[in-house]
Design a protein around this ligand. Structure first.
Ligand SMILES: *Cc1c(COP(=O)(O)O)cnc(C)c1O
Length: 477
């Protein structure tokens, strides 16, 4: 029977094929198609084909990957993939993932993964430093922003109700209420659902003309909930709302939470890392006033999926929420290392910090600042083009990298399909205060000013159906 390791010959072949794959992939960008012309028969066959009792071997495996998997995958690395807050992975990511898989560290207990524990700490410490949080701050790498938000809100809950761990929902007391804006991400709903708080106790407050949480409305709602015998405990601000990229008034919310004795959590999954950009640094450094921050290295640090992070002002709050004592998993108190299983729900944990650390070491922090700055410039450029075009309408001010627009009278779903299948760009749908449109999220380090002009030109043509044929003819209203 064959062994589960590769022999010398197979390693040489696999290595060559992998290197060839990585090189071909890079050279194929920009691929002719952003979304694949899905070969449904090939995918159906993939589903039907039983796994072989005797394996197909390395060469055939790679051949199958090349023939079936790669051509039926979305080209996220395309410079005009502008649909969601998801950029192409940074160049060192695939190598870091391969090394992390080889080492296969279990990042639950530091004893099992000493270097990994310190690397995770160093990544978390760098992130903490970006927000000038106090020495007691800590955090943990997660699989994404949703989990980071869940962990932050769980810490807030246990901080408020210390009996929650023992008594769960049975502990009685007035219903706890949490507050966010109507622009908040749906993962906040999931957190409220999963933590047993209930969607009925999540208040989604109105926003101002720039889509920022209305602090006066929040204050009034807190008063009303208290008067009705409920217990406000947590405010969730958003730094970079998912649709329009708006940044809630963090200073005013931090003041209010301090006055009212509420936990302030910031959902910075989209935007907290804009702190790396000079122009937004002061505004986003204010995230550091929060009790907890969720952020997403798989967005603005271009880490390959998945990598999120939650930071807390007092790391003891994470331990209070998550540390358990298990006879089969005993840590050693070592001031250099952290047992990350005490900081979140996971026990066995992969070495996700490694790909972030590798990229920061290999490229340096300035490269990330430049990539983020350029994304902001490109979003501004697109916003200005839309604004200057009388046939197009901006649906929201462009404050970060999300550009929401409307083509008056158009079927936006059809327009998105046209743009996608004529090779222009993958953009996403927008819905802003009940008005539908198109959203371009320029969060891609491969996008150039030329790409943005091309997208703006095509939008302009689509807005003038009579001039749309031939495609190049549109100028002026
Ligand atoms: C992406 C995003 C999330 C969710 O993060 P995941 O990494 O997708 O789990 C939460 N909030 C905002 C504002 C986001 O943009």
């Amino acid at each position: 029977m064959r062994s589960l390791s590769l022999d010398d010959r197979e390693r040489a072949v696999a290595g060559q094929l992998l290197v060839g794959f990585l090189d071909d992939y890079e050279r194929s960008i920009p691929a002719p198609r952003i979304v694949p012309d899905v070969d449904r028969d090939a995918l159906a066959a993939l589903l039907r084909t039983p796994f072989p009792a005797h394996g197909v071997g390395v060469e055939r495996l790679f051949a199958e990957i090349e023939s079936t998997v790669v051509p039926n995958s979305t080209a996220i690395a395309h410079p005009r993939y502008l649909g969601y807050v998801l950029g192409p992975p940074n160049g060192i990511g695939p190598y870091a993932e391969a090394i992390a898989a080889t080492l296969n560290q279990n990042c639950n207990l530091a004893q099992l993964s000493p270097a990994a524990s310190v690397i995770e700490r160093s990544v978390v410490a760098w992130l903490i430093g970006l927000f000038d949080m106090p020495d007691a701050a800590g955090g943990v790498i997660t699989d994404g922003g949703s989990m980071a938000n869940l962990i932050g809100i769980a810490a807030a809950l246990v901080d408020r109700r210390s009996a929650f761990r023992a008594e769960g929902l049975q502990s009685g007391g007035p219903p706890l209420v949490l507050y966010t804006s109507e622009e908040a991400h749906r993962c906040i709903d999931k957190a409220a659902m999963l933590l047993g708080l209930g969607l009925d106790h999540l208040r989604r407050l109105p926003t101002d003309e720039e889509f920022r949480l209305d602090v006066d409305a929040l204050r009034a709602e807190i008063v009303a909930d208290r008067a009705a015998g409920r217990e406000p405990f947590c405010v969730i601000a958003t730094a970079g709302t998912v649709m329009t990229g708006a940044i809630d008034p963090l200073d005013a919310l931090a003041d209010l939470c301090a006055e009212e004795g509420l936990w302030l959590h910031v959902d910075g999954a989209f935007g907290a890392l804009f702190v790396l950009a000079e122009r937004l640094r002061d505004q986003l450094a204010l995230c550091g006033r929060a009790d907890s921050i969720a952020l997403d290295p798989h967005k603005l640090l271009f880490a390959p999926l998945e990598a999120g992070c939650v930071l807390v002002r007092d790391r003891a709050a994470l331990r209070r929420a998550f540390a358990v004592h298990a006879s089969y998993a005993k840590g050693a108190d070592d001031p250099l290392m952290v047992d990350y299983m005490d900081y979140g729900p996971q026990l066995s944990r992969g070495f996700k910090a490694f790909k972030i650390w590798c990229a920061l070491r290999a490229f340096g922090t300035d490269a990330f600042r430049a990539a983020i700055d350029s994304s902001l410039d490109l979003a501004d450029q697109l916003g200005e083009r839309i604004d200057a075009d009388p046939a197009l309408e901006l649906l929201a001010p462009v404050t970060t990298t999300a550009v929401c627009l409307r083509i008056p009278g158009a079927d936006h779903q059809a327009a998105l399909q046209t743009l996608l299948y004529d090779g222009t760009a993958l953009l996403g749908p927008a819905e802003v205060r009940g008005r539908s449109g198109i959203r371009a999220c320029v969060t891609n380090y491969r996008t150039t000013p030329g790409d943005v002009d091309l997208v703006a030109d095509r939008l302009s043509e689509l807005a003038r159906p009579t001039a749309a044929v031939p495609l190049a003819g549109a100028s002026g209203p």
